[in-house]
Design a protein around this ligand. Structure first.
Ligand code: PEP
Ligand code: MG
Length: 755
């Protein structure tokens, strides 16, 4: 390195001594800048720290006016230092004055320095500050010098992250590393959680940054890389992931990265600056992360995750037993923060201690979100870099109703949420008191409230809510959370357990509704242009009858001596229903012939999700024993709005005349044909939706467990006849610009109904 005194390794050794000294935080920083300046033969070395208010404060300098320390404060859109921070990238200039972002503060006296090298102080991809060296002469800093300064910035990052600098910060302008953060994501499951952060994949804490013996570190890195590669080879060769499957592809990508010369070269470079093997791995990852986080291309972001997983494996390899698994040391009120996780991984945690879940990815239909819902955990998804901005043990609030996440909340924020939690608990008690009350409206109309379920963990909700049965049992959930295809015996065991818990209350099992967005990780996925309109649900079941047959057989056997209700998803034509029903009859004959005990009664019905059925209502109702309206899909096909696409999903109101007319027609025809019609989509789980549905003639609703209380409370106070008059008027003579939702809300208010 040009002119450097002893090079980066000597610098790191000296820095380690300074880090160990018993001195004040300011003295330590002052010594650090002197050391760096001397080592790099720079006239100036300064440390800027990012503060809670988002500005950068000069914390220490060698070379600039000392009076400017703690006085000079820059915005992140100001000057070259701001640019380094906002871009999280090094800037290396021989003539700083000509750069368009150049700005200088007279109090620092920096105008006489021409060359400038600034690097971000990074930790887990987050910018904590900026480290700068400057020289009077016009010179370009070499690659090695940039490397060396980046390595040094790691030591500064550790110091900032340790919280040591708070002692010399002005109140309200503390270093940003511990600042409260309010983030907004997607609400995935209602509920409020106040707790402490647990990282699903604990960040490996690196205690030794500076190498004692470089040869030894190089050897450690080589060995760890060799083991990592061998492990990946074994996993691929063992074939525990199906050839051509998604997991196989991921492992192939990992193997490719593990052999990537560029990556290995960067690791070696970082190592040669004097870092320990683990610090070198972290250094390289931190840079990659900062760079990739600015990417919006989903493919590249996915690659970042692959790289992170790989880095994680490598760090675990290097640190061995130091790696500490959070799952076994779960505190009470744990809030899990993860990039993404599989549904089975969530089930591995002690549910009694888990209050909330925050995911960097994960849309409403992700499988982990489905399980979180079943577990009743407040969940928010799509919080970018969530795992990077928290530290284990941080206080955190998850608001699953709005999608807000507050990290290290201020006392005011915490107090207001504690109040909300109290309020909710009080309301919950009121709902509990309604549990055993008969379901009858104010004007004497009886109605049935049932549950939507799909996993064993849903079953306790039966007794908690006092529901009349399970109106929709989504059998695909068992398939979605499993690592491989559940055997018929496993399906049989689940269905039997469900019927046992229901103890005579009706349970409607829906046959597999896979395809579309419901993908089984172990099943080869057929690429489709429009999966929601594609080869899914009953279509797949009829084309591959083996699967449907074994499922129906499991249901029939589970219900021996009891009543069984089977329902088919996505029926679009009566012929499909006939075909599916025939399959049930054949299975019954088969079981009878083999001497199995049969169900006492088998009712066969269908979901009503495809609008084509509106024009086959009579034919359909002649055939089925019951109907269940799936308003989620019906709405999607009715208005042609992808339910998973946030841009359009809310474009049309479910409570609009066309939808309500269709829903009314279904209910009326059901009454005429004396066939029961239930509504099991999300619409019924909103009190205002339940109000509209009851007014349209629905007397049976199937809800998510948390909706039973609020919906029942509303219906008990409802005068259905009055609501019917209102809704009939509203849907007969629609007035453009008049919102039915608003009219219903006003009605509820006037009637004292809580929505
Ligand atoms: C529906 O479509 O409304 C429904 C209940 O089914 P799912 O949400 O499982 O598609
Ligand atoms: Mg559906």
């Amino acid at each position: 390195m040009r002119g450097a005194l002893g090079g980066p390794r000597v610098l790191l050794r000296r820095l380690r001594e300074v880090m160990a000294e018993q001195v004040s935080a300011q003295d330590r920083l002052d010594k650090i800048v002197v050391l760096i300046a001397a080592n790099m033969v720079a006239e100036v070395c300064s440390v800027y720290v990012l503060r809670v208010d988002g500005t950068l404060e000069l914390y220490a300098t060698e070379g600039l006016n000392r009076e400017a320390v703690h006085q000079t404060v820059l915005r992140t859109d100001e000057g070259l230092v701001g640019l380094v921070a906002s871009e999280a990238n090094a800037i290396n200039l021989s003539e700083a004055h000509t750069h368009p972002a150049f700005a200088y503060r007279p109090e620092t006296g920096e105008e006489i320095y021409h060359s400038f090298l600034g690097v971000p102080v990074l930790r887990a991809g987050n910018t904590l500050g900026v480290l700068v060296v400057q020289n009077r002469a016009r010179r370009t800093y070499s690659e090695e010098e940039v490397e060396a300064l980046q390595t040094t910035a790691m030591v500064v990052a550790e110091m900032v992250a340790s919280g040591e600098l708070s002692s010399i910060a002005k109140p309200g302008a503390e270093p940003a590393v511990r600042r409260p953060l309010n983030l907004k994501g997607t609400a995935l499951n209602d509920g409020l959680a106040l707790g402490h952060v647990i990282l699903h994949e604990p960040r490996v804490v690196i205690k030794n940054v500076i190498a004692d013996d470089l040869t030894k570190e190089r050897q450690r890195l080589e060995e760890a890389l060799a083991i990592l590669r061998a492990d990946l080879d074994t996993m691929l060769e063992r074939g525990d992931v199906a050839d051509g499957g998604e997991h196989h592809d991921v492992l192939e990508a990992y193997r490719m990265f593990a052999h990537d010369r560029g990556w290995v070269h960067r690791l070696e470079e970082a190592l040669s600056t004097g870092l320990t093997a683990e610090a070198a791995v972290e250094r390289v990852q931190s840079d990659t992360r900062a760079r990739m986080l600015r990417q919006t291309d989903p493919y590249l972001r996915e690659r970042l995750h692959d790289m992170e997983d790989l880095t994680h494996r490598l760090l675990r390899q290097l640190l061995g037993h130091d790696y500490d698994n959070a799952r076994d040391n779960l505190p009470d009120n744990a809030v899990l923060v993860a990039r993404m996780m599989g549904p089975a991984a969530l089930l591995d945690y002690d549910r009694k201690k888990l209050r909330g879940l925050v995911l960097e990815e994960g849309g409403p239909t992700s499988h982990v979100a489905i399980v979180a819902r079943a577990l009743g955990i407040a969940t928010v998804g799509e919080i970018a870099n969530a795992t990077g901005v928290v530290d284990p043990g941080d206080a955190i609030i998850v608001d699953g109703s709005t999608g807000n996440v507050h990290i290290r909340p201020t006392p005011d924020m915490e107090a207001s949420y504690i109040e909300s939690v109290r309020l909710r608990a009080r309301r919950q008690l009121q709902y509990m008191a309604l549990r055993d009350k008969p379901c009858v409206t104010k004007d004497g109309q009886s109605f049935t409230l049932m549950l939507n379920a799909g996993l064993l963990i849903d079953l306790p909700h039966m007794t908690e809510t006092g529901a009349a049965g399970i109106g929709l049992f989504r059998t695909e959930l068992q398939f979605m959370v499993a690592a491989q295809f559940p055997r018929t015996s496993e399906q049989l065991a689940l269905y039997r357990a469900v019927l046992d818990v229901a103890a005579g209350k009706p349970v409607t099992f829906r046959t597999l509704d896979i395809g579309g967005d419901k993908i089984l990780p172990y099943m080869r996925n057929v690429e489709e242009e429009n999966p929601a309109l594609g080869w899914r649900a009953i279509r797949l079941g009829l084309d591959r009858p083996g699967l449907l047959r074994s499922q129906v057989r499991a249901m029939l056997r589970a219900a021996a001596g009891r009543e069984l209700r089977i329902m088919f998803p996505m029926i679009a034509a009566v012929g499909e229903f006939d075909e599916a029903k025939l399959l049930v009859e054949r299975e019954l004959t088969h079981l009878r012939r083999h001497g199995h005990r049969l169900p006492e009664r088998v009712e066969v019905g269908t979901m009503f999700e495809v609008p084509s059925l509106l024009y086959q209502l009579d034919e359909l109702l002649e055939r089925v024993d019951f109907l269940s309206v799936g308003s989620n899909d019906l709405m999607q096909f009715f208005y042609a709005v992808d339910r998973g696409n946030a841009r359009v999903a809310e474009r049309f109101d479910t409570l609009s005349a066309p939808v309500l007319r269709a829903l009314r027609d279904i209910a009326q025809k059901g009454i005429e044909h004396k066939k029961s019609v239930t509504l099991c989509g999300e619409l019924a789980s909103k009190p205002i939706g339940a109000l509209a549905l009851t007014a349209l003639g629905y007397r049976s609703l199937s809800l998510s467990p948390s909706a039973v209380g609020p919906v029942k409370a509303l219906l008990l106070d409802l005068d259905v006849a009055k609501a019917k008059v209102l809704i009939d008027g509203l849907i007969e003579k629609t007035v453009p610009g008049v919102s039915i939702r608003e009219k219903l809300t006003a009605f509820a208010e006037a009637e004292g109904l809580a929505l």
